[in-house]
Ligand binder design. Sequence first.
Ligand code: TYD
Length: 140
Amino acid sequence: MTIPAGEPDYHRIIELPKIMDPRGNLTFVEGGRHIPFAIRRAFWIYDVPGGETRGGHAYRRNREIIIAVSGSFDVEVDTGKSVISHHLNRSYYGLYLPPLHWRSLVNFSTNSLCLVLTSEVYDEADYLRGYEEFRGERGA
Ligand code: TYD
């Protein structure tokens, strides 16, 4: 797995800054400070019909932070050795995923909004879309 020096090679929940305010709460994120990479892209997933799954792939180089900005969903993370499910339901938690982590996003609640911050711009060649190919790269 090729990860820049200093970045973790394991998936984990990162707690983001939270400014509590009677007028409404605020959370922010700065690339390289609250998360371990500079942010090069953001995309979001919304209007997910009940029972649908997103993801179902890994990346060779791209790293991500996944945030349930609204509602909730589960991210099932497969390292090739074990599968761990993270339930995301707070907008001040981000799930960090290094490269070579197979992810599936499931159990979207109604009106949920999934924000993804990434270390790389979109590149289809960076995707591992075949599970056996993923396991091969992982050496699993
Ligand atoms: P994909 O990453 O496969 O979706 P999921 O998050 O469910 O795994 O992307 C779905 C489609 O959208 C695919 O045709 C590629 C396109 N896409 C872009 O053009 N740019 C992007 O930044 C992303 C994330 C996807």
